[in-house]
Design a protein around this ligand. Sequence first.
Ligand code: ADP
Ligand code: GLC
Length: 496
Amino acid sequence: MKILFAASEMTPYAKTGGLGDVVGALSSALRERGHEVTCCLPYHRSVAETAPEAKRIGLTLSIPLGSRAVTGDVLEWTQPDGVRVLFIRRDEFFDRSELYSTGVRDYEDNAERYLFFSKAVVELMGYPQFRPDVVHCHDWQTAFVPVQARYRARTHSTGSGQARGAEFAVKTVLTIHNIAYQGMFWSLDFPLTNLPGGFFTPDTLEFYGQMNLLKGGIVFADRITTVSPTYAEEIQTTEGGFGLDTVIATRGANLQGIINGVDYSRWNPETDPHLRQPYGPEDLSGKRACRADLLKKLRLDGFDKLTAGAGATRPVAGFVSRLTAQKGVEILAGALEELVEEAGLTVAILGKGERQYEEMLTAAAKRYPRQVAVRIAHDEELAHQIQGGADMLLIPSHYEPCGLTQLYALKYGTIPVVRATGGLDDTVKAYDPRTGRGTGFKFAPYTSAALVEAVQQAILLHKQPKKWQKLMGHAMACDFSWQASALEYEKLYAAL
Ligand code: ADP
Ligand code: GLC
């Protein structure tokens, strides 16, 4: 099958979170299954460094954007695994330090940027060498693709342009990685779509007077998926649907939850080049070295003789996350004092995102310079080193469509302590002290107290090394490789 992915992020070219990981890994997994896979991405600033091999192919697209015609150059590169990547280059839109927003506010021209990109993807489908059997879009940034494809197919198949319209009648799949981000813009941006007014109605893109791109995708895509079965349920509720639950409900028969997988070629402690020393379930000595390395790097107590007494026996918890309301930053910040002073935890935090959350964590950590380290950055290497060096990973998310860091943590024997929501609930099994079964610790109320209680349970077990190691064994034995999920997507495409 010829599969075209349209997305704004893909590891290793551009990434703010799990979307990038999923697009990178799922495309490879589908390629491995024998499909012809092409991924189309904006040429973000980071691409010059991460895909220097990408070359112009002598194709410049001209995209109508309201009253303007805006051009974009197409660059191409084929990865060693055979996945072809097409980049649409328009520096005015994508040569920026961030993908969507500065820490304070979204870029003001996001509607223009991503309408341009989505239209460019559909335009590409008009060229025989790029025409797919199915186009798979991801999140609001490319949710306009199904709308535009449907429009182009419809307009051109009536009247004289029959042949040309057929090219755009491609089946579309939209994956919702996070329904809170909808690509919502004021109605005055609607003319940028160049669609007739019939597309700005309550049945189409209009949403309480605004233009909602994700809604457009939900209405027009042939199939909709999301990234875990529990999240597929949650987005149909008032609390989890962020206003789109009723729209989703109209497509219920075409909605499916498929759990994400892990790219174990990137996330495996036995082969991870970022770790001080590799380790695996058979020999955990490397994990101790990684732990000491992490403490040293972050200048936390416990890595040398001088501070060994103070920190060597303290369990280390990591937190690696985009810093947004979704991720439970405030309950973590509210729990730090108790976790550090009473529970005796050392905490390594890596995050980047909204300024208010960055400041919240930095302020909470200031009091404990030797027990809490906060790094405000996007740092791929440190993310791996925290997975390798920490004893447990804290994921107190308010909601979590799937979550990948808990899956990485399991592989690294870093016990996840998670809030029971969405994909976190689907993938972590609560430790049962009676049977010794389980892979992590869970709590339900969205409060600092509940988080502290769950961490305390973990710490209690950590004090019993034999039992803790057994738990690590269970965690490390989990298999979330992409094969099973890629097969689900394949079945979905085939059924279209
Ligand atoms: P989300 O997509 O909501 O951010 P996921 O758990 O699905 O959450 O994916 C997060 C991904 O982003 C993981 O690969 C994680 O390691 C990475 N990540 C998050 N924050 C950072 C950061 N500050 N530096 C490096 N990697 C990060
Ligand atoms: C989103 C979600 C996260 C999910 C990721 C990849 O960013 O917040 O839970 O794992 O997408 O699907």
